[in-house]
Design a protein around this ligand. Structure first.
Ligand code: NAI
Length: 304
């Protein structure tokens, strides 16, 4: 097994003042990457802010023989993100790796959630990830090399009660990844999603038993993230991980049925529902042409 290192690589990790981002940044630095420790330093709900957490992580890396700089950019502010990327390229000349990790929570059931709380969460997770990625994308294309991670969540993939805003933001990253994978392929830009569960300040009050929680280390998540930003990384994967368990999640589509024009009615849909939803023969499509081709073939076989 060859070891994975990041010598000569430059990485930006957002929200790296604590929790998962800090763990990713420390291990990237340990394995040779020059790392930008970005963090706004706010509370879990996104209020407040101080660069001191990012500065502490950067100081620790520099004191341990690595190279890091702290940056307090708010990932939702394009001008602050542009300044962060400019400072990075001025110092180190390139950006090879972007780990979009910054995040906040504003949990409430949907009927109690204000639209302000809905938008604030979408803004940090989805728009913030797009903003940072947009800022490094031209560089990665020019370099013909880039590795991008979006941090999704079981909430975005499978749903959690009280997280309509967070789930929507996290699921939005799937669409972002799909398009960027297709657009980045010829420039050796690889884009992947990590769906973690780990012990951080975000999960401390969830009521998970202590003996389970102590297995849920950030380092277990970092192992997968570092593989996904390595030279040999796959692309377009959603990697689910918690406490040493690793799997991939997928968008699948059933084979479905073809109904001729006279049967394209709600009643016939109801009558065929079992066949439409039958999972015996499922497809993983490479792009949106996939389902169209499947149904064109079915219509032709029908004689349509
Ligand atoms: P955390 O609260 O320790 O880390 C999030 C960091 O992002 C904080 O340090 C915060 O200051 C920073 N941040 C927030 N808004 C920012 C902004 N606008 N600009 C720059 N930095 C900002 O929580 P944790 O658990 O480490 O979360 C990291 C990521 O992992 C988040 O995206 C979270 O949604 C995701 N996640 C975590 C899970 C877990 O089990 N801990 C589960 C699923 C997803």
């Amino acid at each position: 097994m060859s070891s994975i290192d990041f010598k000569g690589r430059v990485a930006i990790v957002t929200g790296a003042g604590g929790g998962l981002g800090k763990s990713h940044a420390l291990e990237l630095a340990k394995r040779g990457a020059k790392v930008v420790i970005n963090d706004l330093g706010g509370a879990v709900d996104g209020t407040g802010g101080s660069i001191s957490a990012a500065e502490e992580v950067a100081a620790h890396i520099n004191a341990s023989g690595g190279e890091a700089i702290a940056d307090g950019a708010n990932v939702t502010k394009p001008d602050e993100v542009a300044a962060m990327v400019k400072a990075t390229t001025e110092k180190w000349g390139r950006v090879d790796i972007l780990v979009n990790n910054a995040g906040i929570l504003r949990d409430k059931t949907f009927h109690k959630m204000t639209l302000e709380d809905f938008k604030a969460v979408i803004d940090v997770h989805l728009i913030g990830s797009a903003t940072c990625t947009h800022a490094v994308w031209p560089l990665m294309r020019e370099q013909k090399y880039g590795r991008v991670i979006f941090t999704t969540s079981p909430s975005g993939l499978h749903g959690i009660f009280g997280q309509a805003n967070y789930g929507a933001a996290k699921a939005g990253m799937i669409g972002l990844m799909n398009a960027l994978t297709l657009e980045g392929a010829k420039y050796d830009i690889k884009v992947n999603l990590i769906s973690p569960s780990a012990r951080t300040r975000m999960t401390e009050d969830l009521g998970v038993p202590e003996e389970v929680l102590k297995q849920w280390t950030p380092e277990a998540i970092t192992a997968a993230v570092l593989y996904l930003v390595s030279e040999e990384a796959p692309s377009r994967q959603i990697v689910s991980c918690v406490g040493g368990g690793y799997a991939t999640a997928h968008i699948i589509e059933t084979d479905g049925v073809y109904l001729p024009p006279e049967q394209q009615t709600p009643e016939e849909i109801a009558a065929h529902w079992e066949d439409i939803t039958n999972r015996d023969n499922i497809h993983f499509y490479e792009d949106s042409a996939g389902p169209n081709m499947n149904f064109i073939a079915k219509a032709q076989a029908y004689g349509g």
